[in-house]
Ligand binder design. Sequence first.
Ligand SMILES: [Zn+2]
Length: 77
Amino acid sequence: MGMDVGKVSKGIKCSVVGCEKQAYKSVNMANIRQSEFNLPLNVSRTRAYLCKEHYRQFKRHTKKLKKFDKWRRMSLW
Ligand SMILES: [Zn+2]
């Protein structure tokens, strides 16, 4: 499953609880659940809005996951 990341219109805040920053990207909740991103999110729809800082954090967690998948695949040989 690919990443579903979209742009955010102005005036939307980051969905991370306690974060008041302007949202930078919107991310499908399915992608967030697949990652190791585990900060509490205030989400009412299927998409979460992340500010630049939290988006970067999310990307780091997905990278880790991909590496782990690769390692797991390799260990099958
Ligand atoms: Zn944030």
